[in-house]
Design a protein around this ligand. Sequence first.
Ligand SMILES: Cc1cc2nc3c(=O)[nH]c(=O)nc-3n(C[C@H](O)[C@H](O)[C@H](O)COP(=O)(O)OP(=O)(O)OC[C@H]3O[C@@H](n4cnc5c(N)ncnc54)[C@H](O)[C@@H]3O)c2cc1C
Length: 301
Amino acid sequence: MSAVVERIGAGSTGFSVEFFPPRDDEEERVLWRAIRELEPCDPAFVSVTYGAGGSSRDRTIRTTGRIAQETTLTPMAHLTAVEHSVAELRNVIGWYAASGVRNVLAIRGDPPGDPNGEWITHPEGLTYAEELVRLVRELGDFCVGVAAFPHGHPRAVDFETDVEFLVRKIRAGASFAVAQLFLRPEYFLRLRDRMAARGCDVPLLPGVMPITTPRVLGKFGELAGAPIPRAVADRLEPLAGDARAFRAEGVLIATELCERLIAEGVPTLHFYTLNRSKATRQVVENLGLLPAQSAASRERA
Ligand SMILES: Cc1cc2nc3c(=O)[nH]c(=O)nc-3n(C[C@H](O)[C@H](O)[C@H](O)COP(=O)(O)OP(=O)(O)OC[C@H]3O[C@@H](n4cnc5c(N)ncnc54)[C@H](O)[C@@H]3O)c2cc1C
């Protein structure tokens, strides 16, 4: 099973995809359709988020394990410290290892119920992602990633302090970082520059989500932790009554953002898919990153 860091540093620009664990049989069918449709596109890795509550967590473990065992894809499991003792975390990491998962995104998670509520550390648990990174690395030959925030983490004292903590969790044993959503490349590039200024040059992957519906537009600012730029809203809002035109414009905006990021040398674009394949495929195809397209451009070169 490949390490994510090898897949993202493999030379040409690639892409990766993020799924969430399905809540019922219908969602499971939708997810597996997306996985099978994206498999021939050869993403660098596919990740599965880690929810709150036992059943959601079991589904993350099961889904990531199935990807490892039944597909040609490289899976990365997310893991959070929310409401877990260290003993439980050790158990989950053991399950990952047993099902062939060798890549873990170590994140703290948010308080259940109210993501902005007070963080309460489990009496026998961990407080920061940095500690989780250390734990995962101690327990086996895992390739570990961490979360990064182009607009600064919402709880951070200020942006510089947040970057300092990001660098600390990388020094604790992470090999790469995946960024929260953003729409203005300057914020992502500022974060990358600040990391480099601290001597930290691990790959930073941009988080990309094509805005395909007015609902996604409505939620995007909250997820990114920053308002939607006026220039983006002005392109999408007038199309709210025309689903097809809205979607096409959303895919175009994501494509343009990715083009700029590729020009800036990002190794891999990480797509938040909402368990659908079509929009990601369209952007990746627009960028010429599908395997057949890459082969054709190599031949032309
Ligand atoms: C790519 C990505 C994937 C995600 N996947 C999931 C998921 O699967 N499930 C889920 O529940 N959530 C997920 N999240 C959300 C994430 O759990 C929350 O944003 C959480 O609030 C922060 O997690 P973290 O790992 O960055 O925390 P930390 O790095 O621990 O940081 C939390 C806060 O504490 C500060 N801090 C960090 N270290 C220290 C320290 N040593 N001392 C003092 N302060 C410190 C930071 O500045 C920050 O404000 C994801 C986020 C991203 C960007």
